[in-house]
Design a protein around this ligand. Sequence first.
Ligand SMILES: Cc1cc2nc3c(=O)[nH]c(=O)nc-3n(C[C@H](O)[C@H](O)[C@H](O)COP(=O)(O)OP(=O)(O)OC[C@H]3O[C@@H](n4cnc5c(N)ncnc54)[C@H](O)[C@@H]3O)c2cc1C
Ligand SMILES: NC(=O)c1ccc[n+]([C@@H]2O[C@H](COP(=O)([O-])OP(=O)(O)OC[C@H]3O[C@@H](n4cnc5c(N)ncnc54)[C@H](O)[C@@H]3O)[C@@H](O)[C@H]2O)c1
Length: 470
Amino acid sequence: MEPTEYDVIVLGAGAVGENVADRAVQGGLTAVIVESELVGGECSYWACMPSKALLRSASALRAARQVPGAAQAVTGDLDVEAVLERRNSFTSNWSDDGQVKWLKSAGIALVRGHGRITGPKQVTVSGDSETVLTARHAVVVSTGSDPLIPDIPGLRAADPWGSREATSAKSVPASLAIIGGGVVATEMATAYAGFGTAVTMIARSSLLHGMEPFAGEQVTAALREQGVTVLLNTETTNVTRTADGATLELSDGSTINAEEILVATGRTPRTGDVGLDTIGLEPGAWLETDDTLLVRGFDWLYATGDVTNRALLTHQGKYQARAAGDVIAARAKGRPISDAPWGTHVATADHQSVPQVTFTDPEIASVGLTAAAAAEAGYDTRVVDYEIGSIAGASVHADNYKGTARMVVDEARKVILGVTFVGPDVSELLQAATVAVVAEVPLDRLWHAVPAYPTMNEIWLRLLETYGRP
Ligand SMILES: Cc1cc2nc3c(=O)[nH]c(=O)nc-3n(C[C@H](O)[C@H](O)[C@H](O)COP(=O)(O)OP(=O)(O)OC[C@H]3O[C@@H](n4cnc5c(N)ncnc54)[C@H](O)[C@@H]3O)c2cc1C
Ligand SMILES: NC(=O)c1ccc[n+]([C@@H]2O[C@H](COP(=O)([O-])OP(=O)(O)OC[C@H]3O[C@@H](n4cnc5c(N)ncnc54)[C@H](O)[C@@H]3O)[C@@H](O)[C@H]2O)c1
């Protein structure tokens, strides 16, 4: 007979829930995790890992074609079957055996089934049988998010793909219409265009709205070069599905036919059926937390990851999980709490220091505030731009390297508020930018962080020189 009382109950065994439970156990508590699907969650099986595996091969091929000598050796096309096979290996063929083994080794109990909060510190799991779990200290909701399907006439009936179908497809459609212009839309347009699918993107504004404008512009141009039809400022007004595929009617009066439709218009929290009503919260709502991830109005209910709407990214959710698991253990054991900004038990970086890589080609790597967001927040800023292609390291990396870097400086403190890089393989430049933003490294000290020659990191020196020595 398994125990039914634990110090901590975690609802959802995605990457985030796993980390909360792990930190709580490392802090000396007992923890159980409740999972209705696969241990490992969205990122492992239907999001980060399969999507990056789908993108990587075509990206490597394009990179080789940009380097004379290597380019001549590329004599064939992308082997789509081999890409799908490699993707399958990254998802362990949608088996969670490895993750379950890890849970066990970490000392975390697992109860499979659909969990619902049925009262304070109580979760009832409906699975093969019903299990009522009680928590001595905390319940943590880490149930993630689902695709948001907009209310477009005929869309639901047309049985569109969401992100799961796009990342787990067993074969590649001849044509794909993508509704949306955000991160999922641009990454999947890049992947499927690489497979030879005729892709049409329908974006109601510009692409990647909210990032630095040059990022969306350069990705739009590149997608068009990769053969994607990108329709901007366009709405889908009606969808019908026939035996041959789907027909989408657009706000400009035109129609598009496609074998499949991918809806990539944002996310909705998986909180519709987790028992929030039993504790006075609204089912289906995002869970608002303080910086220790405690849900507002409670002393035992925490939320981490996508459900919080703080930053819908695996690494940021895991960062929240480390703070939450540690603070739950500290509070339970009566240890000191470090909840001032940048303390051990708070997720301060969620506010203005979130790093993100968009794996389009060119990649976008960004951290912190854009120029527009910084101005809106009231900072007195100076914005410095530099073309990455004129750096020696970039010119060696690829012929005709094209890319742009932007640094947003807080003029009052002479520290960096945000950095955006756009260009091939800029993702590995990001961590230095994140350190500079989080640590608020003064510009005059940054001059002493000398980038190695000839690497693309010399972008840092060029940005500083363009800014001028303070
Ligand atoms: C296509 C795509 C690509 C992405 N790529 C990246 C990327 O490259 N990098 C990045 O950082 N982020 C990426 N993201 C975002 C990332 O996937 C999410 O931020 C992350 O998965 C959120 O983790 P989570 O643990 O909060 O939720 P999830 O991973 O969704 O885990 C929640 C778990 O809870 C379970 N669950 C839900 N309800 C219940 C219930 N009532 N009872 C029991 N179990 C329940 C679910 O089955 C699931 O396993 C991507 C997202 C998408 C859609
Ligand atoms: N590489 C990565 O880190 C990565 C990759 C994929 C997803 N993610 C994360 O997953 C989350 C979800 O991604 P996403 O692309 O679904 O969301 P998103 O918020 O990035 O983009 C949503 C897009 O849909 C459009 N849209 C919204 N409502 C619409 C409507 N009714 N009709 C037409 N268009 C509409 C928006 O204008 C926007 O272009 C993001 O927060 C993202 O950070 C991260």
